[in-house]
Design a protein around this ligand. Structure first.
Ligand SMILES: [Zn+2]
Length: 522
C-alpha cells in the first residue's frame, strides 16, 4: 500500500501537457499498469497547461477502478459539446515532475529605492507590494498588506529584471555538433543553462535562433527554472547563408528533399524561394514563435557565407514580412552590411541585428524609418576564441572594429537601440552576460545602459503584438507591471559593474511574482 501516503503527500495535481488525441493510453510493466490516461477534449492549444491527476504505483485493478471513476464524467463532458476547454487526463505513473507553483499571496518590499527602468535616478525610499505576478502598489507611505511576505530592503535598490535582446538559449551549453546531432542532450544542457541565466538576473531573453520551443514550454510550466523566452525558433537562411551549417556532401539540395539534422532539430532551416519562406515562417508561428529571424547577409560563424553577400532577395524577405504581419508580429534580420540592411528595411523588417559594417547614410536611414537596431558589445574573448587562420577569425577581424563605430552612429542619430550579448557555444562567455552589459560603459552612462537592458529592450518585445507570449508590462517597476524584480546590494546607477557580479549583487531575484533567490540576511 505505497500508493496512498505518497499520493496524499502531493499537495496539488501535477500539470503536464497531454497529447491531443482522444482516448486511452495504458502502459504496462510486467502486467502491472504503470500509466493510464484518458483525454476528452481537443479545444486547448498545446501550449496551455493541462490539468492532470496522478496516482503512483497502483495495481492494475485499482488503476482501472480509479480511472473509470473519472472516465464516465469525462466522456460526458467531452461529448456534451458545451466544451469545458480542457484536456483532462488521469495518469498513473512512477515518474514525478514538479508542479509549477502559481504565485500566490503577496510580497512586500519595504524601504527600497527604485530604479524604474526608465529614469536615470533612484526614487526616494519606497515600498512595493507584489500581488500574484503583478506589482500592485508602490508608495513612499507604509503599505498595509496582511499576510504578505515582507522583504526588508534596508534602503537597497529595487530594479526590473534584466532583458537580453539577442540570446540563443539552445546554443550555449552545447557544441554545434551536439546542437545538431543530439537534441536530447542539447535540451537538458540548455535547461541547466537557463537556470544560470535567471540566476544572473536575466528574467527575460529574446531568443533569436535555435530549437527553443520545448525549453520555453518547460520553463513556463515550472518544470525548469529559467527566464521568460521570446522565441524566434529556427533561423531562416538561404543556401550558403549565415546559419547554413551544411557541408558540401549535403549538396545538391532539392526543394522538398530530405532535411539535414540541423533543419530537423529546428536550429536553422534553408529556404530558396518566397514560397519556401512562407512555409517555414508559418511553421515557426505554428510552434509559438514571437517573431521570426532571417539572416539577410553573411555572418562570422558560418564558413560558407562571406560577409559582403546579401543572401536573401527582397521578394524572399518580403514574403516573411507578409506572413509575420498576418500573424500580428514582426521580422528581424541578421545584417552587417549597408546593402543587406537597406534591403531588409525595404522589405519591411522592423529590427536589424548587429549592423556593424553599415555606413553613416544607412544609420540615418535606420533613424528616419524608426527601425530598431539590436547591438551587442561583442567581447574580445569571443573574437579570440575563433581559431587563428580560420575563415571565421578572418571575418571577425573585419567585423570587430565596426562595433564601436556602430555604437557611435547609434548615439549620433538617436537610433532606437536594443542591447544583447549573442553568446554562442560557450558557458564561460555566458557567465560574462552581466559583464558584457557592464562593458557598455565605453559609450553610455550606467543609467543609459540599464535603461537599455530593461525598459528599452522591453519596448522592443512589444513588437510581438498578438504573439507576445507574456502580455503585460516588462522591464519597468511600476504599478500593474509584471513582477520581475531584482534587489541589488549597492547602487548600479553609480557602479555598473554590480551587474557583472550577480552572485553577490542580486540578493533577491523575482520572476513573475515568484522568488527564485533570496539571500538577504534575516
Ligand atoms: Zn546571434
Amino acid at each position: 500500500m505505497t500508493c496512498c501516503p505518497r499520493a496524499a503527500a502531493e499537495p496539488r495535481p501535477a500539470i503536464v501537457a497531454a497529447s491531443r488525441r482522444r482516448g486511452w493510453i495504458v502502459q504496462r510493466q510486467n502486467a502491472k499498469v504503470v500509466s493510464a490516461r484518458v483525454q476528452i477534449s481537443r479545444s486547448l492549444p498545446s501550449s496551455h497547461p493541462q490539468p492532470m491527476l496522478r496516482v503512483h504505483e497502483m495495481t492494475g485493478l485499482r488503476t482501472y477502478l480509479l480511472s473509470l471513476l473519472f472516465l464516465v464524467p469525462a466522456l460526458l463532458v467531452g461529448h456534451s459539446g458545451v466544451g469545458l476547454a480542457h484536456d483532462y487526463a488521469i495518469e498513473v505513473s512512477g515518474v514525478e515532475t514538479e508542479p509549477p507553483v502559481a504565485p500566490t499571496g503577496s510580497v512586500l518590499f519595504e524601504n527600497v529605492r527604485i530604479f524604474d527602468g526608465k529614469a536615470s535616478t533612484l526614487s526616494p525610499a519606497s515600498n512595493v507590494l507584489v500581488n500574484g505576478n503583478l506589482i500592485e502598489r508602490i508608495s513612499t507611505a507604509p503599505i498595509e498588506a496582511a499576510g504578505a511576505k515582507v522583504i526588508a530592503g534596508g534602503g537597497r535598490v529595487l530594479m526590473p529584471g534584466l532583458i537580453d535582446a539577442h540570446w540563443h538559449a539552445m546554443l550555449i551549453a552545447s557544441t554545434p555538433a551536439e546542437a545538431m546531432g543530439d537534441i536530447g542532450f542539447a535540451n537538458l544542457a540548455a535547461g541547466d543553462e537557463a537556470t544560470h541565466t535567471l540566476m544572473r538576473g536575466f528574467t527575460t531573453v529574446r531568443d533569436v535562433g535555435g530549437p527553443v520551443f520545448g525549453l520555453k514550454r518547460a520553463i513556463d510550466s515550472g518544470i525548469v527554472v529559467g527566464p521568460r523566452i521570446y522565441p524566434s525558433g529556427a533561423m531562416i537562411t538561404v543556401t550558403s547563408g549565415h546559419g547554413d551549417f551544411r557541408q558540401f556532401s549535403d549538396l545538391p539540395r532539392t526543394i522538398g528533399g530530405p532535411f539535414t539534422p540541423m533543419e530537423r532539430n529546428g536550429g536553422s532551416i534553408v529556404v530558396d524561394s518566397p514560397d519556401e519562406v512562407r512555409l517555414r515562417v508559418r511553421e515557426q508561428f505554428m510552434q509559438g514563435a514571437a517573431h521570426v529571424k532571417l539572416t539577410a547577409g553573411g555572418g562570422v560563424s558560418s564558413p560558407f557565407s562571406p560577409l559582403d553577400v546579401t543572401t536573401f532577395t527582397e521578394p524572399e524577405m518580403r514574403a516573411a514580412v507578409e506572413i509575420a504581419e498576418n500573424w500580428g508580429t514582426y521580422v528581424i534580420a541578421h545584417a552587417f552590411t549597408t546593402d543587406a540592411i537597406k534591403m531588409a528595411i525595404a522589405a519591411g523588417v522592423k529590427c536589424i541585428e548587429h549592423g556593424f559594417l553599415m555606413d553613416e547614410e544607412t544609420a540615418k536611414l535606420i533613424a528616419e524609418k524608426d527601425i530598431w537596431l539590436s547591438l551587442q558589445p561583442l567581447p574580445e574573448m569571443m573574437r579570440l576564441g575563433l581559431r587563428e587562420g580560420s575563415v571565421e577569425r578572418a571575418k571577425a577581424e573585419e567585423v570587430w572594429p565596426g562595433i564601436g563605430r556602430t555604437y557611435e552612429l547609434a548615439k549620433k542619430y538617436k537610433i532606437k537601440t536594443a542591447w544583447g550579448t549573442d553568446v554562442l557555444f560557450s558557458r564561460d562567455l555566458a557567465r560574462q552576460q552581466g559583464a558584457i552589459l557592464a562593458s557598455l560603459i565605453r559609450w553610455y552612462t550606467p543609467a543609459e545602459a540599464l535603461v537599455m537592458a530593461t525598459g528599452t529592450n522591453a519596448e522592443l518585445l512589444t513588437l510581438s503584438g498578438k504573439r507576445n507570449p507574456y502580455p503585460g508590462k516588462l522591464g519597468v517597476v511600476e504599478e500593474g507591471a509584471l513582477a520581475d524584480l531584482l534587489l541589488v546590494d549597492g547602487n548600479p546607477l553609480e557602479d555598473l559593474q554590480l551587474v557583472a557580479k550577480p552572485e553577490t549583487s542580486f540578493l533577491v531575484i523575482m520572476k513573475d511574482g515568484r522568488i527564485f533567490k533570496d539571500t538577504l540576511p534575516n
